[in-house]
Design a protein around this ligand. Structure first.
Ligand code: HEM
Length: 384
C-alpha cells in the first residue's frame, strides 16, 4: 500500500478491532441501504454544481445507487487492505475525471457519516460501550475513505503542475533554439530558390531541390510549433460556430491526396457553437487533422471529424483515423511534449492541443478504436 495510506492508518490507529466493529454493525445497516443511498443522491440533486456532473440522467443515478450500495457493503465489511485501497483509488480517479469539485467529497462523506451515526445510536441504544466502539470505527473508516479520495485529487493536481513545469522549461529552450534555426533555414530556402532558377530544366535537380524544400518547410513547421508552445498565449474566447472552426482548419491543414476526410455534425443550422479563440483552436484542429493523416503513412485512408455534444454542455471535436492506432505503451503519455511514435515529428502536436484545450477550460484525450485506428477528443465549453 502507498506510504501515505499506511501512515494514515497508523496515525488514526485504525486496526482489526475497527474492522470487526464495522463488520458487526453491517447487518444492522443492511435494511437501511435503500434509504441511505436515496438520501445521498437527494442531497446531490439539491446542489446544481454537484448534479451537473451526472450527465446520464435518472438511469445513471440508478446505476450509481447500486455502486454506492456496494461501496457501503465493502467499506463496512473490509478487509481494508491493498485491494480495498486500489478499488477506492479507482473511484477517486473517476470523480477527478468527471470534474467533481473536491469539496463535495467532504460534504458527501458528511451526509453518509451523519446518517450512519444515527443508525449506530439506534442500533446500540442499550450498549454504550459498543456504541462508542462502532462510532470510533465509523469515523476512522470514513476518514480513510476521505484520505484516499483527496489523494487522487492531489495526484491530478501534481500531474498538471508537472506538465506545466515541463512545458515552461521546454518553452524556454524551444524559443531560443527556434530563434537560432530560423536564420540558417532562411539561407537554405533562398539558396534553393536560386538553384532552382538555374536548374529548372533538369528533372533530377528539380526532384532533389523539391525534397530539400520539403524538409526546410517541415523544419519551419516544427519551429512554428515550438514557438507557439513557448508563447503559451492566453486565449481570448468568443462565441463561434464549430462549423467555422472545422472548415478553417480543413483549409489550413495539409491533407495528402490519398486521405479522404469526412465531417459530421457541422452542417449549417446543425453545428453547435463553442467558446473558442479562433486562431488557437483552428491551429489545434490542424494539428489533429495532420496527425491523423500521417497515421496512414502514405497509404490510402480515411480521417473522420465529428462534432458532438459533450458532457456538461460542452462540445466534443473528435478526429479519427483508421491507421495502426496508438502504441499502448505510449497512449497514456501521448499528450506529453516530446512523446511520439512516429519517425518524423517531435511530439508537440498533441501537447499543444491539450494545452490549448485546457487553457479554454476544456480537455483533450485519446484512445484506440476497437476496430483499429486512433481517436482524439478535444472538448471545449459550449457557446450557449
Ligand atoms: C464522497 C462520497 C462518494 C462516494 C463514496 C462515491 C462513490 C462512487 C462510486 C463507487 C462510483 C463508481 C466508480 C466506478 O465506476 O468504478 C462513483 C462514480 C460516480 N460518482 Fe460518486 N461517490 C461519492 C460522491 C459523489 C458525489 C458528491 C457526486 C456528485 C454528483 C458523485 C458523482 C459520481 C458520478 C457522476 C459517477 C459516475 C462517473 C462515470 O461513470 O463516469 N459522486 N461514485
Amino acid at each position: 500500500m502507498p506510504e501515505f495510506f499506511d501512515d494514515a492508518i497508523a496515525y488514526m490507529g485504525f486496526g482489526p478491532t475497527d474492522t470487526e466493529a464495522l463488520r458487526a454493525f453491517r447487518p444492522r445497516v443492511e435494511p437501511h441501504y435503500g434509504a441511505l443511498v436515496d438520501h445521498f443522491y437527494a442531497c446531490i440533486a439539491a446542489h446544481p454544481a454537484a448534479v451537473a456532473v451526472i450527465t446520464g440522467g435518472p438511469a445513471q443515478v440508478e446505476r450509481l445507487k447500486v455502486t454506492l450500495r456496494d461501496w457501503l457493503v465493502s467499506g463496512l465489511g473490509g478487509p481494508h487492505d491493498q485491494a480495498f485501497y486500489d478499488r477506492r483509488a479507482r473511484v477517486g480517479r473517476v470523480h477527478v475525471r468527471i470534474g467533481l469539485p473536491q469539496h463535495y467529497m467532504f460534504t458527501a462523506i458528511n451526509v453518509m457519516r451523519v446518517d450512519l451515526r444515527l443508525l449506530v445510536d439506534e442500533a446500540y441504544a442499550d450498549d454504550p460501550g459498543a456504541r462508542s466502539r462502532v462510532s470510533i470505527a465509523l469515523d476512522r473508516w470514513l476518514d480513510l475513505e476521505l484520505t484516499i479520495m483527496l489523494h487522487t485529487y492531489r495526484e491530478d493536481s501534481d500531474d498538471r503542475l508537472d506538465r506545466q513545469a515541463r512545458l515552461a522549461a521546454i518553452g524556454q529552450l524551444a524559443a531560443s533554439i527556434a530563434h537560432e534555426l530560423r536564420n540558417p533555414l532562411g539561407v537554405m530556402e533562398s539558396s534553393v530558390y536560386l538553384l532552382r532558377r538555374r536548374t529548372h530544366e533538369d528533372a533530377w535537380f528539380a526532384k532533389h531541390l523539391d525534397r530539400i524544400k520539403g524538409q526546410i518547410d517541415a523544419s519551419g513547421a516544427i519551429i512554428a510549433g515550438l514557438l507557439e508552445m513557448a508563447r503559451d498565449r492566453a486565449p481570448s474566447p468568443e462565441r463561434v460556430s464549430a462549423r467555422r472552426l472545422v472548415l478553417e482548419a480543413l483549409e489550413g491543414a495539409q491533407v495528402p491526396p490519398h486521405v479522404e476526410v469526412v465531417t459530421r455534425g457541422i452542417d449549417e443550422g446543425e453545428a453547435p457553437t463553442v467558446q473558442a479563440d479562433v486562431s488557437l483552436i483552428v491551429r489545434a484542429l490542424i494539428n489533429l487533422i495532420e496527425n491523423a493523416c500521417k497515421a496512414h503513412a502514405g497509404s490510402p485512408g480515411r480521417v473522420e471529424i465529428d462534432v458532438l455534444p459533450g458532457e456538461h454542455g460542452c462540445v466534443d471535436f473528435v478526429v479519427r483515423d483508421d491507421g495502426p492506432g496508438f502504441d499502448v505503451e505510449v497512449l497514456p503519455r501521448a499528450f506529453e511534449p516530446l512523446v511520439t511514435t512516429r519517425a518524423t515529428g517531435v511530439g508537440l502536436g498533441l501537447a499543444l492541443v491539450r494545452r490549448v484545450a485546457e487553457r479554454h477550460g476544456g480537455l483533450a484525450w485519446a484512445r484506440n478504436r476497437p476496430a483499429g485506428g486512433a481517436e482524439v477528443f478535444m472538448r471545449l465549453p459550449g457557446g450557449a
